[in-house]
Design a protein around this ligand. Sequence first.
Ligand SMILES: [Zn+2]
Length: 217
Amino acid sequence: MYIGHYAAAAALLAVAPETPVLPIAVAVAWPDVVWSGLVASGVEKVRVDPSSPLQSTIRFTWYPYSHSLVLSAALTLIPALAFGLIYQSTWVGIAFWLGAVSHWLLDVPVHGKDLPILGRVGSRDGRGDRFVGWGLWSRPRLAFVAEYTFFALVALTTAPRSALVGLLAGALLLHLLNANSFFGFTRGNPTGTPRRYAGFALAGFAAAIAWFTLAWQ
Ligand SMILES: [Zn+2]
């Protein structure tokens, strides 16, 4: 999931409007930011099918540090503490943690059954762990419409009026830039390798962080 994660950011900011936007925009992307770095350094594993751009063909084979419910939530206490200290606010730390945990929850509907619950890094291939994911990505057209609709509905009910145009238009633009992974316009996967795929994801989230932070005013 990509822009859909910003529905959680919008909800958090609606609950506590005084919260600075940037740490929340980073928080909902955090697991994927960490994931990009860990894939690039070879710690976490992903398999990219060079012959297909579709999101459903990406195999997330090993990502317990960035994308498990329990271990990732525990590890996220570190950046949450850092953001709390930077902003001199306990709430910013808590909100960062909530935003980062929401990422895993919102990944569950779209991912295949590859999201670990515990994140058992000691066991080979996460054996003994449970994996969840409802697999909406295997119905890409529905997934494409559902992700934008979900974001738009949450934004419409939570965002300040003045921010709505920027939020809805920016989300649509970013979602359209990601459309190849839903509709398969290209024959092969333009990224091709795990490292380049991770770099592409990181660039996408950097753009999303900038968009959301600027749009939410
Ligand atoms: Zn993710």
